[in-house]
Design a protein around this ligand. Structure first.
Ligand code: AMP
Length: 113
């Protein structure tokens, strides 16, 4: 069994507030939201970070970017939003399963660092 928090969430072993699911992608609300809307979008297949994306596994990443506009629309993000992925130590990635933060619902900070 995968010893990964987000794999356990995808499997339903740890509860989450699901906002979207298909065969490749799972999306759920961040437990510590940084904005009025803060959704995490993850590939169902374990992939440690953006640094591990290859031609062989990028279909789930492509799907994530296809569903982001759908989730944003469903969440009422009509005035824009931000998509972020943290990668590795310097990127301050805390959960080692590739995930994209979808943030919106307010005017976000111009600072990215
Ligand atoms: P990162 O720092 O980019 O790796 O982001 C990990 C995110 O996962 C953080 O924003 C956390 O608040 C979020 N998080 C951690 N545990 C959970 C959980 N059980 N359910 C939802 N979000 C979580």
């Amino acid at each position: 069994m995968c010893d990964c928090l987000f794999c356990k969430i995808i499997a339903g072993d740890i509860p989450s507030s699901k906002v979207y699911e298909d065969d490749l992608v799972y999306a759920f609300r961040d437990i510590q939201p940084m904005a009025p809307v803060h959704v995490l979008i993850v590939p169902k297949t374990h992939l440690p970070s953006a640094d591990g994306v290859t031609a062989a596994n990028s279909a789930s990443v492509a799907r994530i970017f296809e569903v982001i506009p759908q989730i944003a629309k469903a969440e009422g993000l009509t005035n824009g939003y931000r998509v972020i992925t943290n990668c590795g130590e310097d990127g301050c990635q805390s959960v080692k399963h590739l995930h994209f933060h979808l943030l919106g619902g307010k005017k976000l900070s111009e600072k990215l660092d």
